[in-house]
Design a protein around this ligand. Structure first.
Ligand SMILES: [Zn+2]
Length: 91
């Protein structure tokens, strides 16, 4: 287990509201959150494999391996989805 860096202000907001739409260019966690909502991730999930394009985006995002980055993206995607479902249910 590695030590988690202090979250950037946008990631701190996303902890409270995963559907938060702010991102910082040099924050690895922001990159994972942005990828969770990207067409590349969506397509990759649909075809049930890591597409070349998506792998390239994962590799560019952090200094960790692709499998770890993919797990972070999936975790954010799930949190964002749950948040949106709760919002819809509340309407
Ligand atoms: Zn961030």
């Amino acid at each position: 287990m590695t030590t988690q860096p202090t979250p950037c202000p946008d990631c701190a907001r996303a902890e409270q509201n995963p559907d938060w739409g702010g991102y910082r260019a040099h924050c690895p966690e922001c990159h994972a959150r942005a990828l969770a909502q990207s067409p590349a991730f969506f397509y990759s999930q649909n075809v049930r494999r890591l597409t070349h394009e998506y792998q390239g985006l994962l590799a560019a995002c952090v200094d960790k391996d692709i499998a770890v980055a993919h797990e972070r993206v999936k975790a954010w995607a799930e949190r964002i989805q749950q948040t949106r479902q709760r919002k819809r249910a509340a309407q």
